[in-house]
Design a protein around this ligand. Structure first.
Ligand SMILES: [Zn+2]
Length: 176
């Protein structure tokens, strides 16, 4: 495995352990040249997935890209990173086992939403607001009502202010 810092191939595994509910192996590696430390994950890939865009364009499914969109929604949320990785792996497994190697962005988005719903309500709303591409506060409020999120806002782990902040920052960005 090539070192991501100096591109040397002289790297060694220092530690190897099960991760993500035993669905992955995490290896900590050390570069013999620059002493850089990095981590690699080994996961089962059941099948190659292709994302078919609305335009008809086809691109290889990119787990990291999906993970990044989840991480943006999860920013500063008090959730164990391991649980987030498990959720992401769960989404990938569902996509891989759907029986079709062609998938749509909508399918990915819907599964991520399901996963986030069980993980963190604030991240769920953040992700949904991007995924559903809301342009007006009215849409956002309708969505909250439709999804019956108001009832969940009494949950002690849900911070209403943070939901409102995420919405406010989205709107101010849209207007600038
Ligand atoms: Zn290196």
């Amino acid at each position: 495995m090539r070192c991501p810092f100096c591109s040397s191939e002289d790297t060694q595994v220092k530690d190897s352990r099960q991760a993500e509910d035993n669905s992955a192996v995490r290896r900590r590696r050390l570069c013999g040249k620059c002493a850089g430390r990095f981590t690699t994950f080994e996961r089962v890939q059941l099948r190659e997935l292709t994302v078919v865009k609305k335009s008809g364009r086809r691109v290889a499914f990119d787990r990291d890209k999906m993970a990044r969109s989840v991480m943006i929604a999860m920013q500063k949320r008090p959730v164990d990173p391991e649980r987030i990785e498990q959720m992401i792996s769960g989404v990938v497994r569902q996509l891989e086992s759907s029986g079709n190697s062609d998938i749509t962005s909508d399918q990915i988005g819907a599964l991520v939403m399901e996963g986030l719903a069980g993980l963190d309500k604030v991240a769920y709303v953040r992700y949904a607001s991007v995924y559903k591409d809301f342009r007006a506060t009215a849409d956002f409020e309708t969505f909250i009502e439709e999804e019956n999120l108001v009832a969940h806002m009494d949950d002690k782990d849900t911070d209403v202010d943070e939901i409102t902040d995420a919405d406010a920052s989205k709107n101010s960005k849209g207007q600038s």
